[in-house]
Design a protein around this ligand. Structure first.
Ligand code: ZN
Length: 314
């Protein structure tokens, strides 16, 4: 398909500080999180998911949500979102209402995955969101919902498109402005992605549709290309390919933001992101974590990296 049929620019939400840091075995120091978020906020990324107000005994990795929100200092045009697991978490977040712009609620399209993840049925999850979404609306917060296992479930296998669509429509009715479709365990493929986003586009007029892909089986960027062909121009990604899902074992993280930016910019699709600056930030998080990361662009640098320059991961 000729490039002119693809979007000319895209929006990217960086989810590493939440999706990534939450899934690290060790708790990252608050000052390191703040420094890394501040750095990400200066790469041209306009959307960052910074933390989640989850129970600290359940997810100690994000127990410092309030401190992180209070201490970060990013340019005013960067939209910050927090992930809200339930009404109680939302109450905690509201104490810092002036520090963020968007909320994100999440559920699985698969009953079994939702039960494993949050110990609720899909209906219970949707019912629980309604008050949060309503209040968020009156607070002037932008509302996003993430539907995980939207392309398949490790427990149930196929998740029918119609089932995902029905959940998405209920979320749209409840007021969400944006819905992200998550390939939580890497079961999507480009044909499925193009087909499903075509269906969702028809079924959800006026809702921003976002693609959230994982690199579990190496198809992350292939799925991005398929989503672009379906007209999707909003993506979520994580610097360094951080993040992921503990099930199935060995699942890798989200697509790497620097790989997404590199591919799109090479294709002539504007991201607004300064790739070298993003690679520097990714090198910083690698140093904080003290281990090699999956990102190939972190190792190789941008396509136009000067041969004389030190590659970022030398
Ligand atoms: Zn993810």
């Amino acid at each position: 398909m000729p490039a002119r049929e693809l979007p000319t620019s895209v929006r990217i939400r960086e989810v590493g500080p939440r999706d990534g840091f939450q899934n690290e075995p060790d708790v990252i120091a608050t000052h390191d999180k703040v420094r890394l978020i501040d750095q990400l906020g200066r790469t041209g990324l306009k959307r960052i998911e910074v933390t989640s107000f989850v129970r600290p005994d359940v997810i100690p990795q994000l127990a410092d949500a309030a401190e992180v929100l209070r201490e970060i200092d990013v340019p005013e045009d960067v939209s910050l979102s927090v992930l809200i697991p339930n009404e109680r978490g939302f109450q905690h977040a509201l104490a810092l209402r002036e520090r963020f712009h968007e909320i994100n609620v999440f559920l699985s399209a698969s009953e079994t995955h939702n039960r494993h993840n949050v110990n609720r049925t899909v209906d219970e999850s949707l019912a629980g969101f309604s008050r949060v979404l309503e209040r968020a609306g009156t607070e002037g917060l932008r509302r996003e919902a993430v539907i995980s296992t939207a392309f398949g479930c490790p427990y149930e296998g196929e998740v029918p498109a119609g089932r995902v669509t029905a959940i998405a429509q209920r979320l749209a009715d409840a007021g969400v402005e944006e819905i992200a479709f998550g390939d939580t365990t890497g079961m999507a493929n480009p044909v499925l992605v193009e087909e499903r986003f075509g269906i969702w586009r028809e079924a959800l007029p006026g809702v921003e549709l976002t693609a959230h892909f994982h690199n579990t089986r190496g198809l992350g960027l292939a799925n991005v290309l398929a989503a672009l062909h379906a007209g999707v121009d909003s993506f979520e990604a994580s610097f360094g390919e951080l993040g992921g899902c503990p099930v199935p074992a060995g699942a890798t993280g989200n697509i790497a933001t620097e790989e997404l930016v590199s591919m799109l910019e090479e294709m002539g699709i504007a991201t607004g992101v300064d790739l070298p600056a993003l690679i520097v930030a990714t090198g910083e998080v690698r140093d904080v974590l003290g281990r090699p990361l999956g990102s190939r662009v972190l190792r190789a640098g941008p396509v136009d990296w000067a041969p004389s320059a030190e590659p970022p991961d030398a």
